[in-house]
Structures are given as C-alpha cells and as structure tokens.
Design a protein around this ligand. Sequence first.
Ligand SMILES: O=c1nc[nH]c2c1ncn2[C@H]1C[C@H](O)[C@@H](COP(=O)(O)OP(=O)(O)OP(=O)(O)O)O1
Ligand SMILES: [Mg+2]
Length: 201
Amino acid sequence: MSPRRFGGGKLVIASHNQGKVREIGDLLAPFGADVVSAATLGLPEPEETGATFIANAELKARAAATASGLPALADDSGLAVTALGGAPGIFSARWAGPDKDFVAAMARIHAELGAALDRSARFVCVLSLAWPDGHCDSFEGTVAGEIVWPPQGDQGFGYDPIFRPTGGSQTFAEIEPAAKHAISHRADAFRQLVAACFSPG
Ligand SMILES: O=c1nc[nH]c2c1ncn2[C@H]1C[C@H](O)[C@@H](COP(=O)(O)OP(=O)(O)OP(=O)(O)O)O1
Ligand SMILES: [Mg+2]
C-alpha cells in the first residue's frame, strides 16, 4: 500500500517521553502541523508488547489514532550496543526502570561492556504515522557511533551522554539540538517520513 499523505490539520504526537516530544516538535515545525501530545489529550500509555521497533511504533501510533480519531505519529527507538548483542535495543526505556533512571541504565551498559574492545553502537528510531481507520506508514532511521565513559553533557535525554556519533568528538548530550537533528536516528527517520507523507504532490 502506498503511503498516505498528511494534508494538514491536527496531528497527535503519540509519545509520553518529553525529550522525544520536544525533538519531534522541532522536526515538525517547518510543516505547519497543528501538534497535540498524547499527554495533553490524556491518552493512555499502551503496553509495548511488540518484539521489534516497528511493531511497537505501529502499536503506539494505532492506539493513539483510534483513541483520538486523529492521525497520530509514534516513535519507537533505542540504543543497540554491538558487544551486547544489540541490547538494550527495544528494552532501552525498560532498562531505566519505572523511575526512568538513565544514570543507572548508562552504568549498566558500562558494566556489561566491561573491557570489551568493540565499543560500537547505534541508535535506531522507527516513526509510524497511523490513521483512525488503521492505515499506517513506518520509517526506520539509524545513526552509528560508540559508547563512551564517563557520561558527558547535559543536553538531549536518555542515553545521549554516553553516545558519540561516528566522526564526532562530542556526545549527543554535548551538542546543540540543531546539531543532533542534523545527524540523529530520529532525523533520519523523519526525512523519510517527510518525503513520503508530507511533501506536496
Ligand atoms: O535520541 C535519543 N537519545 C537518547 N536516548 C534515546 C534516544 N532515542 C531513544 N532513546 C532511548 C531512551 C528512551 O527512553 C528509549 C526509547 O524507548 P521508547 O519505548 O521508544 O520510548 P519511551 O518509552 O521513552 O516513550 P514512548 O514510548 O511514550 O514514546 O530509548
Ligand atoms: Mg515506551
């Protein structure tokens, strides 16, 4: 099925993560969408029962579109560390626990890596745009980099303080939001979403 275009009007950001809502808002700003967050609408946070980023992104987008009667954009993302077999991956939020303790989650990655020589990792982001009738289009973006220790920087969110993109000298938490948007997994997925669903014609 070909992608469905978003022609304007209200769009639900189907995420309960303030860091993501801020970044998706920045990325959407040039497109004149009338954005409303799932939290503002009081939408429940669905249980992420999928086995893949795409399954969880589609589940979150569809739940919000059905509940609101509006198109809804969800993001499922995470950090995949090569030497940990891709962990935490889809469990990235769950490693931080109910208190969203990313200091502890970053320390767990550091501890599990131990002296491993391979420090490579990638961030993955799937963006799914769902409609109340169930139609859904999904796009996956990635950015490669490596795990550094100790955590550095206070911008961004989540695992940003321990992720340094390939070719860069600073972590995602040390660079300005605009610099992160130039290269991030979320921006990569967003460029694909825009090309398929937001561009005219
Ligand atoms: O750019 C990022 N910079 C740092 N960390 C990141 C990033 N992108 C995802 N991450 C990590 C943290 C996040 O908590 C988890 C996603 O888990 P994920 O289930 O997709 O999101 P979530 O539970 O935080 O919010 P929600 O599901 O309501 O959108 O991966
Ligand atoms: Mg989640």
